[in-house]
Each structure stands twice: as C-alpha cells, then as structure tokens.
Design a protein. Structure first.
Length: 241
C-alpha cells in the first residue's frame, strides 16, 4: 500500500491494518467489549481506520465486510462479558473490581441505573465510553433474560458500527480535498485553524466537566433510589415471613 498521510508511523499502521484486514477488526472489537480489557482496546479507532481503507483509492478492504466483522466482534465480546457476570456475579465484581478502579459505589450505581432503565441500558451503554464492556457484565450478574440481552446488544452494535463506518468512509472520500484545502491556506491559515481547534477543545473540556458534574448528581439520585428499593424489598420480605 502506498503512503497516505506522509507520516511514517501512521502509514505503517494503515498498511498493517489493510493487510490484516477483517480478522484484526473482528479481534479488536471482541476485546473491546470484554470486561476490563475493553478499556485498553482502541476499537472505534480500528473500525474507523478500516472504513477509511475501504475507500477504493486508499485500501483494499470492503466496508460491508468491515461492518460485519465489527458487529460480530462486538456481539461476541459483549456475550463474554455477560457470561462472566452470569457465572461470577456481583461477588466477582466486588472482589476484583477495585483492582481496576471500579468501586462498590460504581457497581451499585450501575445496578440502580439498570433496575430503573431496564434493557435499554444495554443499548445506551454502547454509546457511552467506559460502560460498553461494563454493563454487559452487570446484565449477566442481574440475570437479564438472554433473548432481550442479545436483541439490544445486536441493535446497539449495528447502530454504533454504522456510525463508525460512515465516519471512516467519509474521511476517506474527502481526505485529498481536506489536504488540498489545508495546503491552500498557507501558514497563517493553518495557525488560525489551530487556534480555532484549541478554542473548540477548551469548550469541549468545559462541556465534559459539566456533564461529569450532572452525572455525579444523577448517580447520587440513583443511589438513593437503589437504597430505597432495597429497603422496600426488605420490608416486603419481612411481611411475607
């Protein structure tokens, strides 16, 4: 494969991905959805890069096969996490979670969110960083019915992969235009573009901090609901006795 970006390391990675192809996309997306391991796996980057290489001018991959490889890998990886939760249960999360900065409070928050929002949590977690490999294990520990888990996992994998493939293919189709446009800007134009990007980055970080603050407030509410639910269950159990 001929150099694409002019950056040796990036071109080497793209060349390797173009050669390894669909098995690499499949393997990476499997690992991305396994509990703990997923946090260290760049699944989205690989899918976007493979989709970039599915444009005829840059690679030999086909985007439908990239899509299928990603959806299959995502589904299988999520099922492995579900099985781990089903077999190990909440006890395993409590025993080993602290080694990976997963506190008992975070587990309780996830369980509370799962109880309140039900099966759709599996779908929504697909679009939330840090939860896509965590929530399937919670679903397994909570004994979520397997048909519902499979349905929402497959739907989430299909939707999320479609977005990643579209992004990668769009980048591939417009890469030369973007490079030509940057070359026409000159040094002053590129400097202005960098400044504009920095402003956007600062704004994005502020938004992330705001969302994090809202999330913490939501977690506190969910934790209170979880505790209240536990008290209600204990009260009902006492009445049955």
């Amino acid at each position: 494969m001929e150099p694409v970006t002019g950056i040796a390391l990036v071109d080497w990675v793209l060349g390797f991905l173009d050669t390894a192809g669909y098995p690499l996309v499949f393997g990476i997306t499997v690992f991305e959805n396994i509990f703990v391991v997923g946090a260290l796996t760049p699944g989205e980057t690989v899918v976007v890069a493979a989709s970039f290489l599915s444009t005829p001018r840059y690679g030999s991959l086909l985007w439908p096969l990239v899509w299928i490889s990603s959806v299959l890998g995502t589904t299988i990886g999520a099922n492995i996490s579900y099985l781990l939760g089903r077999k190990g249960g909440r006890e395993a999360l409590l025993r080993y979670g602290h080694r990976f900065r997963i506190s008992e409070k975070r587990i309780a928050d996830a369980e509370a969110y799962f109880l309140v929002h039900g099966s759709k949590t599996i779908l929504l977690s697909r679009f939330t960083a840090g939860f896509k490999s965590f929530m399937p294990m919670i679903a397994g520990a909570a004994r979520m019915k397997l048909p519902w888990f499979e349905a929402y996992t497959l739907l989430g994998a299909a939707l999320y992969t479609t977005i990643m493939v579209l992004i990668g293919y769009f980048l591939g189709e417009n890469f030369e235009r973007a490079m030509a446009w940057l070359a026409g800007l000159g040094y002053a134009g590129v400097a202005l573009l960098v400044i504009f990007g920095a402003v956007l980055l600062v704004a994005a970080r502020r938004r992330v901090r705001k969302r994090r603050r809202i999330k913490e407030e939501l977690e506190e509410v969910l934790e209170e609901e979880y505790e209240e639910l536990g008290h209600v269950e204990e009260h009902e159990a006492g009445e049955h006795r």
